[in-house]
Design a protein around this ligand. Structure first.
Ligand code: ADP
Length: 492
């Protein structure tokens, strides 16, 4: 902004207290030349009220000391306009050395003052805006290498102002390693001039060790050849927004996974229901349409198939209902301290018949003289153990063996294991063992089952605060185990 200086001149005669103004001085103060007969009182009256005291005292000082005067102040012109002026004057003396007055000048500096004021205001506005936005600011001069960062930018990363050097390297060193390639690409693109302004989301290392998500909005200043010579950017801390975004994504993924699992479950379930239903209907129809060609043996076989499929359906429906109850949290558990060995004995007795039929020996491998106490829901624990034992019978080889064992582990829990001498589970199928309806090929064998038993077992054990798992060696057998919290004491 250029200052349009207007200069007038004046003289002061202390003897008459009169003032003489040049034509330019009249105009500068809003008068036609000669329009008024100025004196010191008029000048004082025209001085802005806020500046009057100071002007008066400085002028009095100059006249009393016969010294030079200089002051910058506001005057109100004839038409009421406020203007900034600089008044300057030097004392005049006669040949005898007597003070005869002051000769002065008036310079209108209103334009310069307004520009200065506008600059101050805009700087103030800018710093208020930055403060309000809580953003950091940086300014990088690519020609001189000078780098400026605002205190807020340092503070965003946990540093005090001045604690980090003013260099772009210092900041780049704090960048997340994974974000470096993006930053490099951004800088190359910038130099190439592909974009004038950029928004960049990157992570910076906070002094505490965590990372802060920062949105950097950058603009470039280029020389006449289009080469960037300066980059200026504001940095906003967007960690809270990022966190919310991530939580939203995680929640959506979870909901999608749950919905996928549900659809998968429903489609498997309808398939599982259809197979025995088809058998019931098929054999039922054969019997219905019989006009004497069905032999009594076939008749018996068809009826048996119908009954078998009916039982299977019932098992399936019961299992699915159980599973549904557990998953929806509608299966109340009564967790109590229970002595383990009597529970194991009951279960062994219950599978004893099936085991004997297949020539399978069940060996109890625990010490005679005591039992740990576990914290379980008795009914549901037995259901789980029965599932493991009946699997060990079903998937064993004829005349095989089952070893039932428990031991107390260091973490204050009890591990119960059921080992069999069956075919084992191939590595590729192991991840599916606890999935609903997965029978790992057993569906095409004569071995009955729904593929939900272990799914239920896992849900039950986990709701009792325990874990379930297995190890298996193909050709040798599998060991399924359950680990449960013990009441940490032994009963004798
Ligand atoms: P199922 O009703 O089919 O027995 P489970 O959920 O109890 O269903 O078991 C799932 C599948 O895991 C079984 O179909 C079988 O293929 C496999 N499995 C379970 N226990 C054993 C075991 N002891 N040995 C070999 N395979 C087993």
């Amino acid at each position: 902004c250029q200052t349009v200086a207007k200069v007038g001149s004046w003289e002061y005669d202390p003897a008459s207290e009169k003032v003489w103004w040049s034509d330019e001085n009249y105009r500068l103060l809003g008068y036609e030349p000669g329009e008024v007969d100025p004196d010191f009182d008029l000048v004082l009256a025209m001085t802005h009220p806020d500046d009057r005291t100071e002007v008066l005292s400085e002028w009095q000082e100059a006249t009393e000391n016969r010294s030079a005067y200089s002051g910058e102040f506001r005057i109100i012109t004839k038409n009421g306009e406020t203007r900034w002026i600089i008044g300057q004057a030097t004392p005049e003396f006669d040949p005898a050395g007597n003070w005869i007055g002051h000769v002065g000048s008036t310079t209108d500096v209103t334009e310069r003052k307004r520009a200065e004021q506008a600059l101050t205001e805009s700087e103030e506005r800018f710093s208020l805006a930055m403060k309000g936005a809580n953003d950091g600011l940086w300014d990088w001069n690519l020609e001189t290498g000078n780098f400026y960062h605002s205190p807020r930018w340092a503070e965003m990363l946990g540093y005090r102002s001045g604690e980090l050097p003013d260099s772009d390297e210092a900041w780049e060193a704090l960048l997340h390693p994974d974000d470096r390639p993006r930053m490099t690409k951004f800088q190359t693109d910038f130099v190439k001039g592909e974009k004038e302004s950029y928004d960049l989301e990157v992570r910076f290392h906070h002094k505490d060790g965590h990372y802060v998500d920062v949105l950097s909005r950058v603009i470039s200043v280029r020389n006449s050849e289009g080469v960037p010579i300066r980059m200026v950017g504001t940095n906003s801390d967007i960690s809270a927004r990022k966190k919310a975004e991530q939580e939203l994504i995680a929640a959506r993924e979870l909901a999608e996974a749950a919905s996928d699992a549900k659809s998968q479950f429903l489609s498997s379930m309808s398939h599982e229901l259809r197979t025995p239903l088809n058998a019931i209907l098929g054999f039922g129809q054969l019997l219905d349409q019989d006009e004497g060609s069905v032999t009594p043996q076939d008749h018996k076989m068809f009826t048996e198939e119908i009954l078998k499929s009916g039982h299977h359906l019932l098992d399936l429906v019961n299992d699915v209902l159980d599973l549904e109850k557990i998953e929806s949290g509608n299966l109340p558990l009564e967790i109590e301290d229970r002595e383990l060995t009597p529970l194991l004995d009951t279960c062994v007795k219950m599978v004893g018949g099936d085991a004997r039929q297949n020539g399978i020996k069940i060996i109890n491998h625990w010490p005679e003289d005591g039992s740990p106490v576990v914290r379980v829901d008795e009914l549901r624990f037995k259901q789980t153990l029965l599932n493991l034992l009946s699997n060990a019978v079903k998937y064993n080889r004829p005349n095989g063996e089952i070893v039932l064992d428990w031991h107390q582990s260091r973490g204050g829990s009890v591990r119960i294991s059921v080992s069999d001498t069956g075919e084992g589970i191939p590595k590729g199928l192991r991840s599916k063992v606890f999935e609903p309806f997965e029978r790992l090929g057993a569906e095409s064998s004569a071995t009955p089952g729904t593929g939900i038993g272990l799914t239920i077992a896992r849900e039950l054990i986990e709701s009792m605060g325990g874990t379930i798992g297995f190890e298996s060696v193909v050709g040798k057998g599998s060991t399924f185990w359950v680990e449960l919290p013990s009441a940490d004491q032994k009963l004798h």
